[in-house]
Design a protein around this ligand. Structure first.
Ligand SMILES: *Cc1c(COP(=O)(O)O)cnc(C)c1O
Length: 349
């Protein structure tokens, strides 16, 4: 028998014709797009987006602009180039990105792995075993980040097999899971799942939320259950044109997340993924949002704004400039209210 969340997933809308029964849609356009980049919207998210409107609809409904991207790349972060074994990317010295699942609760139109999602089959046991072998052989790996797809779309049993296999590697200190499930399919966060997860501490989650319209009673409850299982929750937000590229929208999201025990981690500048040009903003837009947040809300609510550099350079932070000039030992600053202040460095060299 299927569980409630499995039934929801099975009933996902994948066909533009079916979607056209729910909202005004350029059906022919949507069909050309889904022939290249598939669509998937589960019934929970579908209901929510019909209630909330464009903030959610734009994230998951195909748009013909996806086929008109002049500069995007299939693999903008060079994940395949830094991949010693399939499904694993080892870009930084002490941590690896491990793609354990090829399914998601919804297909985000701005997905960085648009090249794969909904197009590759399930990640095989053999492929996973090769990755365990790699991690075991690389003693510098102390942090394993499970992603996909979404790791929480695996069954409890399969996910537990992966977690216990990684946990059995002595030099792995922490395990992280990246997931959109609490915001896009909160029914998946069951008591059974939480009981299983808490056996594999230290386990950290990074959740994906882009707009406070995603914060429903159900998603708040899901986050509460995970936090009660002792899992520190962070969040990642993708900066998206026409969805959350306004200071007040991000402020509202970040402070609401904190109130749900979710600590904002990254605000991500859009990657140069083919088919996502129309979602990307100028860098100045993100910097303006950061300038707005700092000082105005709890420091805990201020994420790090990062650009993941094309070609595999990794993530770099973008930080608004507060130091206006340096005159000898004296630095001139402006604070969050744009007032000038001076700070003197020590007189010893
Ligand atoms: C983002 C990312 C990580 C994790 O980076 P942190 O800054 O440690 O959160 C690790 N590996 C890859 C390939 C990544 O893209």
């Amino acid at each position: 028998m299927k569980t409630a969340w499995e039934t929801l997933l099975k009933d996902s809308v994948r066909n533009p014709r079916e979607l056209a029964g729910c909202l005004p849609l350029d059906l022919a356009g949507a069909e050309t797009v889904t022939a290249v980049y598939p669509m998937k919207i589960n019934p929970y998210f579908l209901d929510l987006m019909l209630q909330k409107g464009p903030t959610l609809i734009r994230q998951v409904v195909p748009d013909t602009r996806e086929l008109l991207d002049p500069i995007g790349m299939d693999d903008p972060l060079g994940e395949e180039n830094y991949s010693p074994v399939p499904n694993l990317t080892h870009r930084y010295p002490d941590r690896v990105l491990f793609l354990v699942s090829s399914e998601c609760p919804v297909y985000c139109r701005f997905c960085t792995r648009k090249r794969r999602i909904g197009k590759t089959g399930a990640v095989t046991t053999r492929a996973l075993t090769e990755c365990f072998r790699y991690i075991r052989a690389h003693r510098e790996v102390r942090d394993v980040l499970l992603s996909g797809g979404d790791p929480l779309l695996l069954s409890d049993e399969r996910l537990e097999w992966i977690l216990s296999s990684v946990r059995s590697i002595p030099h792995v200190e922490i395990i992280r899971i990246g997931t959109r499930v609490p915001g896009a399919l909160p029914q998946r966060v069951t008591a059974r799942l939480c009981r299983m997860l808490k056996k594999y501490h230290p386990l950290y989650f990074n959740l994906h939320f882009n707009h406070s319209d995603e914060l429903t009673d159900a998603s708040k409850q899901a986050c509460g259950h995970l936090a009660d299982a002792g899992i520190p929750l962070g969040s990642q937000t993708v900066l998206l044109r026409g969805i959350n590229d306004e200071p007040s929208v991000v402020q509202n999201l970040m402070t609401s997340l904190l109130a749900m025990r979710v600590r904002p981690y990254y605000l991500l500048q859009g990657d140069l993924t083919r088919g996502t040009n129309h979602f990307r903003t100028r860098l100045e837009t993100g910097l303006k949002i950061l300038r707005h947040l700092r000082g105005r809300v709890s420091g805990l609510a201020v994420p790090t704004y990062v650009v993941d550099l094309p070609g595999g350079g990794g993530k770099v932070p973008l930080i608004p400039e507060y130091r206006l000039e340096q005159r000898g030992r004296e630095a001139v600053f402006k604070n969050y209210l744009d007032q000038e202040y001076r700070y003197s460095e020590p007189t010893i060299p």
